[in-house]
Design a protein around this ligand. Structure first.
Ligand code: VGL
Ligand code: ZN
Length: 203
């Protein structure tokens, strides 16, 4: 059974948002069309408290995109984004949510970032997404959404590690950096993931 995971398609990552991913509005019609091809559609939602330690504003003298060590792990510092209950954290207006059966929120612990829909970045706590998918009989996971080089990539990597056949739908995602996009694809391919185009599903 195939599931489509819609990763973090939220206002703050869209044009005009605080952490806008270049050209990402192009994915919206694609992810809306794709949903009809899946028996199960699930979304993730980046959902940070206002004092989240991934925000550059929480660290005196640091700026956006600096890298620090946070609780023993490398952490990129981001602009404020996807703060719980704010418009920036809402799903994109143009995203069709009718068929989304469950929403997995992540990034709620201020002390640790959480790119993957399955685990925080330290793999300390699970969201139970893997158990949810297995409980639904899912064997194949297709990832789309934002951003390709962070949350989509980390979700796909964990999906592979959890034993799901994993497909990264290249044209249904956009990256923060083009180098990051290439690195993500290469790494997923090396781990047994597949990189596909939406046309192969829509045909
Ligand atoms: C994301 C950076 C920080 C993402 C979330 O959804 O890719 N990136 N928080
Ligand atoms: Zn975030």
């Amino acid at each position: 059974m195939k599931a489509l995971l819609l990763i973090d398609i939220q206002n703050d990552f869209l044009p005009g948002g605080s952490l806008a991913v270049p050209e990402c509005d192009a994915i919206l019609p694609i992810v809306n069309h794709l949903q009809a091809k899946f028996e199960l559609v699930v979304a993730t939602q980046d959902w940070h408290p206002a004092n989240h330690k991934s925000f550059a504003g929480q660290h005196a003298g640091k700026k956006v995109f600096d890298t620090i060590t946070l609780n023993g792990m490398e952490q990129v510092l981001w602009p404020h984004h996807c703060i719980q209950g704010t418009p920036g954290a809402e799903f994109a207006e143009a995203l069709d949510m009718h068929r989304v059966e469950a929403i997995f929120r992540k990034g709620t612990n201020p002390e640790i970032d959480s790119y993957s829909g399955f685990y925080d970045n330290g793999h300390l706590k699970s969201t139970a997404l893997a158990e949810y998918l297995r409980g639904k009989g899912v064997t194949d996971v297709y990832v789309a959404g934002l951003a390709a080089d962070y949350c989509v990539y980390f979700t796909a990597k964990d999906a592979l590690q959890e034993g799901f056949a994993t497909y990264f739908i290249e044209d249904a995602t956009r990256a923060i950096s083009s180098e990051g996009f290439e690195r993500a694809k290469e790494d997923l391919l090396s781990k047994g993931g597949k990189v596909i185009q939406s046309s192969s599903l829509l045909a």
